[in-house]
Unconditional design. Structure first.
Length: 456
């Protein structure tokens, strides 16, 4: 299934939109929780620093200046294991005692980031308070490792959860989108088969519980009604045409006998005209019966056909007729064309109708060329091109309609069903019919699917 079709599926888009909304909610919630936890952890570290600072103030107040420095020197080595930092500076900023060696920051609270801190507190970041205590400037701080690790873990967890949610929703969207696309493709395939003349095609129904299954059931009901109506119409038309053939045959025979018995040339001429009209009506009925048989035939007697051989056979059959009319009928140099698959009798009739149509309208001196052209993907096209008057572009879409006759066709006494039979055979084989300008004349192209793809 094409990715473009999958991405265009409403279920996939809904899943993507849902995942985007949920991820956005997770991000907003994560930022809020992150900020709250950071504030709490910062406050906890600040309280610990304040406690250590208060203890130093008590020692200074109770023991005096020299004893305070000795106290700091004694505890400095132990504080690193507790991830605490302490430094005492003189009024000149010189370090007198402590477990870290950094220049004295200004008074107040600071987050200090310095690789030198790693030696003392095993982490390069501390939260420190700098204050003046008598003649000294005292820095008291604590490692921010616990806070940073906690916040980093939280950020990774929220990001991972958001990614998991997005992947899950997109996966659900792909699964549901693929299923919906397959269902729609099956509906499209069934309707395509119906358009090609297979009225027995139906849409597969899985469980009948979702909207697509209900739609498939409704489509199948409509297709069943359509099949019934068209079958009834075809049967009625075929029955009518068949039932009228016998009376027409008897009427034609009676007129022939009357013409033989007629004494005046005028009566014979009139009876001959009536006989010609009856023959034309009989031809119409024969064409209607042929179209009905093509459309109602349950399956084709299909096989692999060599296009060049089929066209050569028809050139041999119609060659003498074309020569009598002063028209050149030729077969183009055959290419190494692909084989086509179909009912050989139907295809022979299709090409014969196209040749007869060209012979009916081409003047003497015209050329009719038959050819088989290989196309990409194993397709093959049968082409009948002539140098006659052609068909106006605005009429080409209608000439395959039953009984349609263009302005240039009014004088012709044909049935108006020749191209309708061609169209019925084309549709029955799943082929495509094109009427093009041959400059001059008409170029009829019938493109067939690959031989490996059996017609309906």
């Amino acid at each position: 299934m094409a990715l473009a079709s999958l991405f265009a599926a409403s279920t996939f888009r809904t899943a993507v939109y849902g995942s985007a909304v949920l991820v956005a909610a997770l991000v907003v919630s994560g930022v809020t929780v992150f900020s709250t936890i950071r504030t709490t952890l910062d406050e906890d570290v600040r309280n610990q620093v304040e406690s250590a600072r208060a203890a130093l103030i008590e020692v200074y107040a109770a023991e005096g200046r020299d004893t305070f420095l000795d106290h700091v020197r004694r505890i400095a080595l132990r504080l690193g294991a507790w991830r605490q930092a302490i430094v005492v500076y003189d009024t000149q900023g010189q370090r007198l005692a402590g477990n870290i060696a950094i220049p004295p920051p200004p008074e107040g609270w600071h987050e200090i980031d310095d690789p030198a801190l790693t030696v003392a507190v095993s982490y390069p970041r501390i939260l420190a308070n700098v204050s003046v205590l008598g003649d000294f400037t005292v820095l008291s701080g604590r490692s921010l490792q616990t806070r940073d690790v906690t916040l980093r873990t939280l950020a990774y967890s929220v990001s991972g959860l958001a990614l998991l949610v997005m992947i899950t929703f997109i996966g659900i969207g792909i699964v549901l989108g693929s299923r919906a696309q397959r269902r729609l493709s099956s509906i499209g395939a069934a309707l395509e088969r119906v358009s090609l003349g297979d009225l027995s095609a139906r849409v597969p129904v899985d469980f009948g519980i979702d909207a697509t299954d209900k739609l498939a059931g409704q489509i199948n009901n409509q297709l069943a009604r359509l099949e019934s109506l068209i079958s009834l119409t075809r049967a009625t038309s075929a029955t009518l045409a068949h039932e009228l053939r016998s009376p027409l045959a008897r009427a034609t025979l009676a007129i022939e006998r009357a013409a033989d018995a007629a004494e005046s040339d005028r009566a014979k001429q009139a009876l001959g005209e009536v006989e010609a009209e009856l023959a034309r009506i009989a031809a119409v009925f024969d064409s209607v019966l042929r179209i009905a048989r093509i459309g109602s035939q349950p399956s084709l007697d299909s096989g692999h056909i060599e296009p060049a051989a089929l066209l050569a056979e028809l050139v041999e059959i119609f060659g003498p007729v074309a020569e009598e009319r002063g028209i050149k009928l030729e077969l183009a140099a055959p290419d190494d064309s692909n084989l086509l698959r179909g009912d050989v009798s139907m295809l022979r009739q299709m090409v014969a109708n196209l040749i007869e149509n060209a012979l009916a309208y081409c003047p003497a001196g015209a050329t009719i060329t038959l050819s088989a052209e290989p196309r990409s993907g194993g397709r093959v096209a049968l082409v009948v091109a002539d140098t006659g008057p052609g068909i106006p572009e605005e009429e080409r879409s209608r000439v395959t309609e039953p009984f349609y006759r263009g302005d240039a066709d009014k004088a012709n006494r044909g049935t108006g069903l020749g191209l309708s039979i061609v169209q019925a055979i084309v549709a029955r084989h799943g082929a495509r019919l094109e009427l093009l300008d041959n400059r001059p004349g008409l170029r009829v192209v019938v493109e067939f699917p690959p031989a490996g793809q059996a017609p309906a």
